[in-house]
Design a protein around this ligand. Structure first.
Ligand code: UDP
Ligand code: MG
Length: 192
């Protein structure tokens, strides 16, 4: 089999990465791997040695060391029979980027970085609504959200910029309704 095709999906907390990924899966047959979901799963896995460390990073909006996240992603890719992957919410900082490139860089074919652009106000509102509706997430509260945005601006934006300079980024306006956003997403996917 040829190298797996990868789309990285980035954007602030609440930008709609997960929502749009679900639509891409439905229409284009990609496998959705959310780094945050994989970490939350690992956090609650019985006997995991990383549970506490992951919980600490998630509530504080900081980033888990890449060795953990990258191995969860690689394991999930290997477990799948498919060859097209959406990697959602990763790479989020310099450590993520260099760790991924070291271990996975040569093993995959990075096709595009989908960047969902949305204001902090709209994103915060969405996450608070998600929390109020019972997301069960320990980080959908005002304090964690403030910290998540600091990390996003300081650590993740430079990664998006790095890929932008390499010509990989497709920027999508994520402030609109999910259907409107998806029609832009669809155009990008069709152009690949
Ligand atoms: N996280 C991390 N590394 C990753 C992805 C997520 O450490 O590669 C942690 C980080 O603490 C982040 C949290 O998991 O704030 C939630 O991430 P998720 O992508 O689920 O949040 P979203 O941006 O989708 O709201
Ligand atoms: Mg998400």
């Amino acid at each position: 089999m040829s190298k797996p095709n990868i789309l990285f999906v980035l954007g602030g907390p609440g930008a709609g990465k997960g929502t749009q990924c679900a639509k891409i899966v439905e229409n284009f047959g990609y496998v959705h791997l959310s780094a945050g979901d994989l970490l939350r799963e690992e956090r609650k896995a019985p006997g995991s040695q990383f549970g506490e460390l992951i919980e600490h990073h998630i509530t504080n909006g900081t980033i888990v060391p890449v060795e953990i996240t990258c191995s969860l992603l690689e394991r999930a890719m290997n477990k799948s029979e498919k060859n097209d992957f959406l990697i959602d919410g990763f790479p989020r900082n310099e450590d993520n980027l260099s760790g991924w490139n070291r271990v996975m860089g040569e093993k995959v074919n990075l096709k595009k970085v989908l960047f969902f652009h949305c204001s902090q106000e709209v994103c915060t509102e969405r996450c608070l609504a998600r929390g109020a509706a019972g997301s069960g997430r320990t980080d959908d509260n005002e304090e964690s959200l403030r910290k998540r945005f600091v990390t996003y601006e300081n650590a993740t934006m430079p990664i998006i910029k790095y890929y932008e300079e390499k010509g990989f980024v497709a920027q999508i306006d994520a402030t609109k309704t999910p259907e409107e956003v998806y029609s832009d997403v669809e155009a990008v996917l069709k152009s690949l």
